[in-house]
Design a protein around this ligand. Structure first.
Ligand SMILES: NC(=O)c1ccc[n+]([C@@H]2O[C@H](COP(=O)([O-])OP(=O)(O)OC[C@H]3O[C@@H](n4cnc5c(N)ncnc54)[C@H](O)[C@@H]3O)[C@@H](O)[C@H]2O)c1
Length: 385
């Protein structure tokens, strides 16, 4: 278990490093770290104009950040982007290109993405492609973006025919995850983010999973979650920030081992095979993390059916997901045949084979392409009640 800090007034900062064959960059997690942005950019040698792309819900933070960076001597252009998945579009991308080109962007400049995964993906893709690529800094503001989307260099937009179909790998120069930003995040978005944190525990870090269990059992987090991030409880905030840093460390380790998804990176897809299909079938009525929670439960039950893990794993995972406000029941209106059809069309299918990420124990998964269709059908029709 992670020991609680003695002095909760100390702002904990964790610095991790992504190291790939092509690059290296820091990922910094802490409460209040956004205030250090100017100094960190200077340390990285980023001295050109800054192009701050912010989610409209973070307009006030963007304004403060702009003022702070200007005081540090930077020239800053700021633009806000409408909130929501529909902004990962050619239209919004085009608007960013116009703004950058009309205002004279240069190769030495940097794009700063302030927002959730939508802004990170959109601004990241603009940075990857404008002038054949300029520096990118990720300033994630959702739990999902902190522990997943902002780290690893996947950027992109949606095509009318499918999500994330247009994109590029473009690693950021810096990721600064300020957990204070979570104070304004809607509780439902926060819960969806916890699904990804729990996922990271299952795929690679049993002690993270246990820390989440301990927290739910002993620190009243279970009772607190409907209210969202409790910024007034400094000790809890510090503790959660430490847990988030652990979850980020899983992503950092995975992408450091496998930058271009040729091996281990597929394990981050745990819960996503069925999760994605449900997300799509329900017309995005459920959040991504909510669908991942359902998909994790289904994947664990597939693992049990194949004799890869004991049924107790399913129960333990279910209990933890429930403690963080996540349900695992496949919604009644979801057509199982349609789920199966979508699964085989998923982007991650290789040579016609669906690659399932399945747990063997908490903290370890295997990738299997030989799951019989009958097992999947059986798991879908015996969804948790
Ligand atoms: N690049 C990757 O590796 C990767 C990985 C996972 C997901 N993604 C992408 O990430 C996207 C989902 O990201 P998300 O869950 O962060 O969603 P999001 O970016 O849509 O943000 C969720 C909502 O929270 C609001 N918001 C964000 N930060 C806030 C804050 N601090 N206070 C108040 N409101 C805030 C946003 O306006 C939005 O309404 C998807 O497009 C997905 O494809 C990318």
């Amino acid at each position: 278990m992670i020991a609680p800090l003695k002095d909760s007034s100390i702002v904990m900062t964790t610095t991790l490093t992504v190291t790939t064959s092509t690059t290296q960059y820091p990922v910094i997690v802490g409460a209040g770290v956004l205030a250090t942005l100017g100094d960190r950019l200077t340390e990285l040698g980023l001295r050109g104009t800054l192009w701050l792309v912010a989610d409209e819900h973070l307009a006030a933070v963007a304004e403060q950040t702009t003022t702070m960076l200007q005081a540090a001597g930077y020239r800053v252009h700021t633009i806000t982007v409408p909130s929501g998945e529909t902004s990962k579009s050619f239209t919004e991308l085009h608007r960013l290109y116009d703004w950058m080109i009309e205002n004279g962007i240069e190769r030495r400049d940097a794009v700063l993405a302030l927002g959730g995964g939508v802004i990170g993906d959109l601004a990241g893709f603009a940075a990857a492609t404008i002038l054949r690529g300029v520096a990118l800094v990720q300033l994630p503001s959702t739990l999902l973006a902190m522990v997943d989307a902002a780290v690893g260099g996947k950027t992109g937009i949606n095509h009318p025919l499918g999500k994330n179909l247009i994109g590029a790998f473009h690693q950021p120069r810096l990721v600064l995850a300020d957990t204070n930003l979570l104070a304004t995040l809607p509780p439902r978005e926060l819960r969806a983010g916890w699904a990804e944190v729990i996922k990271h525990g299952v795929i690679r870090d049993a002690s993270l999973f246990t820390a989440l269990e301990d927290l739910a059992a002993t620190r009243g987090w279970n009772a607190a979650h409907p209210a969202g991030w409790n910024a007034a409880d400094a000790e809890l905030t510090t503790y959660l920030t430490e847990i988030i840093a652990r979850a980020v460390a899983v992503k950092v380790a995975v992408v450091s081992n496998d930058e271009f998804e040729r091996g281990e990176r597929i394990t981050l897809n745990y819960g996503h095979t069925i999760g994605h299909a449900i997300e799509q079938l329900l017309g995005y009525r459920l959040l991504h993390g909510e669908c991942v929670a359902i998909g994790m439960d289904a994947a664990a039950r597939i693992a049990v059916a194949l004799g890869l893990c004991p049924p107790a794993l399913v129960e333990r995972q279910r209990a933890l997901l429930a403690a963080y406000g996540l349900t695992v029941t496949i919604p009644d209106e979801t057509d199982h045949t349609a789920i199966l059809r979508l699964i085989t069309r998923d982007k991650k299918v290789q040579a016609g084979k669906v690659r399932w990420v399945l747990p063997t124990t908490i903290g370890q998964v295997v990738v299997r392409s030989d799951v019989p269709i009958e097992v999947i059908e059986q798991v879908l029709s015996s969804s948790a009640g």
